[in-house]
Design a protein around this ligand. Structure first.
Ligand code: ADP
Ligand code: MG
Length: 479
């Protein structure tokens, strides 16, 4: 019986270590057969040698009601992101203190201003996002859905997430838990994401135009991206993968600001790169500006990328802001607000001083977040305290936000990673819902949710994603 000081885990059905290890071997082989793949850290730009993407041996319990709630609020989040991206006054006001100190956000904002000044050539807008949640344990023990963040650029794992249900069904079938196996939800986010791209491509309206997938050469998560490419090709839409550097060297605009690369017209630019400072050099910034100035559909356009910053997320939780952005939609506003955790501005002034003092008084209740994506940037506990003491009265404070720390109930699961021992440890999960919307001019022509992603990590790790080696792929087991 394997118990980890919490609700009993799947491990309690196992006879012992040996069965656990045999089950893990079967699961890994099935994962490889299903295409749950990552390139290795050693061979990041070739697929000659690949391995399995880390995943849990068992699916993790997720309350059905919270899963439904997360799905139900996704269209509201799509609309909200879209509204923020169209509200220049709100973006300007919200990011004004942050861009004074955060050079990355400032650089994105510069491009945004340049595009606004010249006039936006793009008429079709495509959002592919993923809203992430954790399950806060309330005082009475019940769980509540709380948003961690929304990713408006390069939201990943829609491809691999469609391949993991078969692996978990396999594991449960081996254990003769066929009824439980049947309860694992099917999932196909990459198909839905591709349908969004296909719709944007169609509305762009040129049969010969291509989809440009901007990616790094060293990309471990290439199979996840290929899943979307494959869906598009099946619809006769051709995708070219290029780096920012290629766009810088060979990209151009014609007099109508149509984007061309290698002499071919680009209808949709899908970014799977360009969300971290390290991904840009001067040349890449110029390539980004070129693409933003074009009439190609950018996913996301620069405004939508800014709409996904932590600072915007924090300001959205301020009283009255949702009502301003989604007027006459009180039900959507209520659904959105119900998922918000406490978030606090650290801008200089009384409000920021008070938030800072509260975090210093009870560090375990807060997370300190800079304007970064990709995992591993947040500060917790003693590190957070040190940083807050250093930031104290400086303007730099405004480039961070404070967030209430979500404390889910841990569950016993086994994280399978190449070369790591197989053992059951206390874990916590993060649920993501993929959203797709397409807008033509002022009209929203598509708004939907297209699937989910569950990622799980050992409870001892505060931060970090799948590629960073902290979280692993999982499936919700609805309870
Ligand atoms: P990133 O853009 O780097 O992914 P996130 O806001 O998603 O930033 O934070 C990264 C990770 O940190 C999350 O996946 C989650 O594990 C953890 N985390 C973030 N915010 C919170 C929070 N409020 N409470 C608990 N954990 C959090
Ligand atoms: Mg995240």
């Amino acid at each position: 019986m394997v118990r980890v000081g919490m609700a009993s885990s799947w491990g309690s059905f196992l006879q012992g270590e040996q069965q656990l290890e045999e089950l893990a071997r079967q699961a890994v082989d099935r994962a490889l057969a299903e295409g749950v793949l990552l390139r290795t850290t050693k061979e990041q730009s070739s697929s000659d040698v690949v391995s399995y993407a880390p995943f849990t041996l068992f699916p993790s319990p997720v309350p059905s009601a919270l899963l439904e709630q997360a799905y139900a609020v996704q269209m509201d989040f799509n609309q909200l992101v879209d509204a923020v991206s169209q509200n220049a006054a709100f973006l300007e006001k919200t990011l004004s203190s942050t861009i004074k100190r955060d050079t990355f956000t400032a650089r994105l904002f510069d491009i945004y201003k340049q595009v606004l000044k010249e006039g936006i050539a793009q008429t079709v807008f495509l959002g592919l996002n993923r809203s992430d949640y954790m399950f806060q344990r309330n005082a009475d023990g019940s769980p509540a859905l709380k948003q961690i963040e929304i990713n408006t650029i390069s939201a990943s794992f829609g491809g691999l997430a469609s391949r993991t249900p078969a692996v978990h069904r396999h594991v449960l079938n081996v254990l003769n838990k066929t009824k439980d196996a049947a309860r694992i939800l099917s999932n196909n986010p990459s198909q839905g994401l591709a349908l969004g791209i296909a719709k944007a491509w169609e509305l762009y309206g040129s049969d010969r135009a291509l989809v440009l997938l901007v990616a790094q050469e060293k990309e471990r998560n290439v199979f996840d991206q290929r899943a979307i490419e494959n869906e598009l090709l099946a619809r006769n839409i051709h995708v070219i993968r290029r780096r920012f550097e290629d766009v810088a060297e060979k990209g151009s605009l014609d007099q109508d600001r149509k984007l061309f690369l290698d002499g071919q017209e680009i209808a949709v630019v899908y970014f799977r790169d360009g969300y971290m400072p390290s991904q840009y050099n001067q040349q890449n910034w110029e390539a980004r500006l070129l693409m933003e100035r074009s009439c190609a559909v950018k996913c996301p356009d620069i405004a939508t990328q800014l709409a996904g910053t932590k600072k915007v997320q924090q300001e959205l939780s301020r009283v009255g802001v949702l009502e301003m952005l989604l007027p006459d939609q009180p039900e959507a506003v209520a659904r959105l607000r119900a998922t918000f955790a406490g978030q606090y501005s650290l801008d200089l002034g009384e409000e920021g001083d008070q938030a800072l003092a509260e975090a210093l008084a009870a560090p375990s209740r807060f997370v300190l977040k800079p304007q970064r994506e990709g995992g591993g940037n947040n500060l917790y506990g003693e590190e957070m305290v040190q940083a807050l003491r250093q930031l104290k009265d400086s303007e730099e404070r405004a480039s961070y936000i404070l967030m209430e720390k979500i404390e889910p109930e841990p569950f016993g699961n086994c994280l399978l990673r190449p070369g790591c021992p197989v053992r059951v440890v206390p874990c916590i999960s993060e649920l993501g819902i993929f959203g797709v919307y397409v807008r033509q001019g002022k009209t929203l022509v598509m708004n939907k949710h297209v699937g989910h992603l569950l990622r799980t990590k050992a409870n001892e790790h505060a931060d970090g994603g799948v590629v960073a080696g902290v979280a692993v792929l999982d499936n919700p087991f609805p309870v």
